[in-house]
Write a protein that binds this ligand. Structure first.
Ligand SMILES: [Zn+2]
Length: 325
């Protein structure tokens, strides 16, 4: 959404990257190897660090700013593209079957909308806010629509994969930006996919200006998501991870009803599948449909003092303190 028309324009003439996409990053990019600022003025197909000589390709108008080898992340991007299904060729039945075979995940986010509105309020006094999404994938985070059009247009969206909606391919462990470049950073449901979340959080601290805001969510009681899923955190764990920030709001993003509906579907399927992969998949789909309505109970229990003990996920909204590095 932050680079509408990017692929269309790139398709017309791949040698000419969309100007607005590169303009967003101009003057704030830094080399991932030597941290020198990069001049993107002559950028067409690649950016070169004048100090260490590292070359960063620009693919379909998107700078690929990864430390070391680029190949791994680009391959992830290729895998992340939605697979073409035979069902797409069957308009009505195909659409119905896709709906039946993709039941709700059983999770409801009871905090994101309010937290994004709070973030918008915190950044409202700025004429030209700069907001970074780390791992925003192809749709930014759930509830980000509540940032409003002005902030959404200021977003630089990064991910380790090349996909529509990503302005810059980058790894949160080594953000390719000069210090204190941003007024806000969002890393929503991403840190569980990082090998070293503290390194990512330290990078966020580095690229935020003093007084800048950070918003994060991370799962607690949720199933393992196959591929690059490394950790879960309690609320204490999340607050400790962001200990170098001033906490503004922290709490439950997915409550205990979400945890029960989401994990329960997979747990019952695993218990009853009797080692049959096909039966397991049928049971998962069935139980996800059966348990999904439970998640709405989170609106009733999200503020209960014991909900934090069995919640599906947590959030942290904070601010970089003056003098923090
Ligand atoms: Zn360099």
């Amino acid at each position: 959404m932050t680079q509408q028309g990017l692929n269309r324009d790139a398709g017309r003439n791949p040698a000419i990257p969309p100007i607005d996409n590169l303009d967003k990053c101009r003057n704030i990019l830094a080399c991932t190897e030597c941290q020198s600022p990069l001049d993107m003025a002559p950028a067409v197909t690649q950016v070169t660090c004048l100090r260490c000589g590292k070359q960063y390709p620009i693919i379909s108008g998107v700078p690929v700013m990864l430390k070391g080898s680029d190949a791994a992340a680009i391959n992830i991007g290729a895998n992340a593209q939605p697979a073409r299904s035979v069902l797409r060729k069957l308009p009505l039945i195909g659409r119905f079957l896709r709906w039946v075979l993709n039941p709700p995940a059983g999770l409801i986010n009871v905090a994101a909308a309010e937290n994004y509105r709070c973030l918008r309020e915190m950044l409202s006094g700025l004429d030209h806010p700069k907001l970074l999404f780390v791992g925003g994938a192809d749709g930014l985070g759930f509830g980000s629509i509540h940032l409003g059009q002005k902030l959404l247009q200021s977003v630089i969206n990064t991910d380790v994969a090349l996909m529509p909606g990503v302005d810059l391919v980058a790894d949160g462990h080594c953000l390719p930006f000069v210090d204190e470049s941003f007024d806000g950073v969002v890393v929503q449901s991403v840190l569980q996919h990082t090998r070293e979340p503290k390194v990512v959080v330290d990078e966020i601290l580095r690229v935020l200006r003093p007084g800048g805001c950070v918003y994060s969510e991370i799962p607690f009681l949720q199933r393992y998501y196959p591929g690059y899923d490394f950790q879960r955190l309690t609320l204490e764990g999340l607050e400790f991870l962001f200990r170098d920030f001033e906490a503004i709001r922290t709490g439950i993003s997915n409550g205990p009803a979400s945890a029960l509906a989401h994990v329960g579907a997979y747990a019952f399927a695993a218990l009853l599948a009797f080692r049959s992969e096909a039966f397991y998949k049928i049971l998962v789909t069935t139980f996800r449909w059966a348990f999904a309505p439970l998640r709405y109970l989170d609106w009733l229990v999200k503020d209960h003092e014991h909900s934090v003990e069995v919640a599906g996920g947590f959030y942290f909204l904070g601010r970089k303190q003056q003098g923090a590095h």
